[in-house]
Design a binder for this molecule. Structure first.
Ligand code: DP6
Length: 328
């Protein structure tokens, strides 16, 4: 009976082109707006979950090290929801490995909660649809719901748990673009995006973003994706990044995620474009940048970036599939 309540799953991180910033329901992580992202082949989390009557509490390791109390608490309360679904009370041992370095500025919560959702439900024999898995992953970390479906993904906002989930717009092989994560700093700790979400509505520009800016930007981005129009796509993702950081900067308290090197690379991207290399940036809640290029330009871009002294590392990613079960 109690044997083999174990499963392993992997899931990619994702980069948002239209950002999730602000929640209308904090507990259910219902976002204030739809967001659009791409899964990243170069940033994966592989998670094994083992439920057993022999464990007297949940345990969590990340990259081989015991997780801290805060991380364990977040995972444990997420597992609690899955135990309730499966009507099984056993505690679990969770081992999670990331292919990308800690402090790379790639939020590991998306890939972690996507992999955990799939591994834990599979371990307990729950057979969830992609939509149900996405809803579940959203409760762990909002952006995690976008790491469940394949390729290019949209997460829809809604007023209920059942209606807010992510689905695939296009498969991973739809468009040959790439994301070069440019690491300019290794933040000591992840700057919490949760706090940023909470204070976003205090920006005097937040309602304008929601009501005027995002509906149009999202439509243009979707048409650019449909037509594979890289120039329009790039212009929109850069404008959206600036818009999102303007909200963070003008929130109370103000949050500045960039450092001096971030701005140096932003300016370099502009110069490269002027010199004929078409590249665009997007930046999440941290100082590191994601540079988006067509795959034919990866090597040229890398050579240009290597000339900049403040870059610590570059991670290349292609569009990827979503979460997958490795073993059960
Ligand atoms: C800036 O998904 O990390 O990366 O739901 O509180 O876990 P929680 O937030 P999280 O927020 C991601 C914010 C972002 C933009 C995005 O990925 O859409």
């Amino acid at each position: 009976m109690s044997q083999n309540l174990t499963a392993t799953a992997s899931a990619p991180a994702n980069i948002a082109f239209i950002k999730y910033w602000g929640k209308k329901n904090k507990k259910l992580r219902l976002p204030t707006n739809n967001s659009i992202s791409m899964n990243l082949s170069g940033a994966q989390t592989m998670t094994t979950v083992d439920f057993s009557p022999e464990y007297d509490s949940d345990q969590l390791t990340i990259n081989g090290y015991q997780a801290n109390e805060r991380e364990l608490q977040r995972v444990s309360s997420f597992l609690e929801k899955i135990r309730q679904l499966a009507k099984i009370k056993y505690f679990a041992r969770v081992d999670s490995e990331n292919t990308f370095p800690k402090g790379a500025g790639i939020a590991s919560s998306a890939s972690s909660f996507a992999a955990l959702s799939l591994a834990a439900t599979a371990a307990l024999g729950l057979k969830l649809s992609e939509k149900e898995l996405s809803q579940l992953a959203r409760l762990g970390s909002g952006s995690a719901c976008r790491s469940i479906p394949d390729g290019f993904v949209e997460w829809v906002t809604a007023d209920t748990h059942q209606e807010s989930f992510a689905y695939s717009l296009y498969s991973a092989d739809y468009w040959e673009i790439a994301d070069l994560v440019v690491i300019v700093a290794h933040p000591e700790k992840d700057v919490s995006s949760s706090m940023g979400h909470d204070v976003a509505p205090s920006s005097p520009f937040f309602q304008t973003r929601l009501e005027q800016y995002l509906p149009e930007a999202t439509n243009i981005l979707k048409s650019a994706l449909k037509e594979k129009n890289f120039s329009i796509f790039g212009q929109i993702i850069e404008a959206e990044t600036i818009n999102f950081h303007a909200i963070a900067l003008t929130s109370q308290p103000s949050i500045m995620y960039w450092n001096a090197n971030t701005i140096t690379v932003m300016q370099k991207v502009k110069e490269l474009r002027e010199s004929g290399l078409e590249v665009y940036f997007t930046i999440d809640a941290g100082p590191n940048l994601h540079l988006i290029v067509e795959q034919t330009n990866i090597e040229r871009l890398k050579q240009e970036l290597e000339k900049l002294k403040d870059i610590k590392q570059i991670i290349v990613s292609y569009p990827d599939n979503g979460a997958r079960l490795i073993s059960k």
